[in-house]
Design a protein around this ligand. Structure first.
Ligand code: FES
Length: 117
């Protein structure tokens, strides 16, 4: 609760790691996507040209393997879009606009690819 009586938005930490290895820890509101957390905080390396509509693949990330089984499975559209990434697709590739932040994902680590476009 803030001093104005408004309920603070619940957040969970997401750690974005640049290709050089620099990590940024960001408290992302639960319910927002991992992409939105990056865009709202100016994380370099997430472009998100389509704004989260799963139509551009410029929000590609590599999810730390320890979190993979906590994510919802990808749908066919995301799977197809991941064939269009500029940096190589890997087994842990996901589109960050399709990952909703939850408390279960607190501490999520995503590594950013070398390039998105
Ligand atoms: Fe375009 Fe994720 S923002 S596919």
């Amino acid at each position: 609760m803030s001093i104005f009586g408004r309920k603070e938005k619940e957040t969970a930490t997401v750690i974005y790691v640049s290709p050089a290895g620099d990590a940024r820890e960001i408290a992302v509101p639960v319910g927002d996507s991992v992409m939105e957390g990056a865009i709202k905080h100016g994380v370099n390396g997430i472009v998100a040209e389509c704004g989260g509509a799963c139509m551009c693949a410029t929000c590609h990330v590599y999810v730390d393997e320890t979190f993979l089984n906590r994510l919802d499975p990808m749908d066919a559209t995301e799977d197809e879009m991941l064939t269009c990434t500029v940096s190589p697709r890997r087994p842990n590739s996901r589109l960050s606009c399709q990952i909703r932040v939850t408390q279960e994902l607190a501490g999520l680590i995503v590594r950013l690819p070398e390039t998105q476009v």
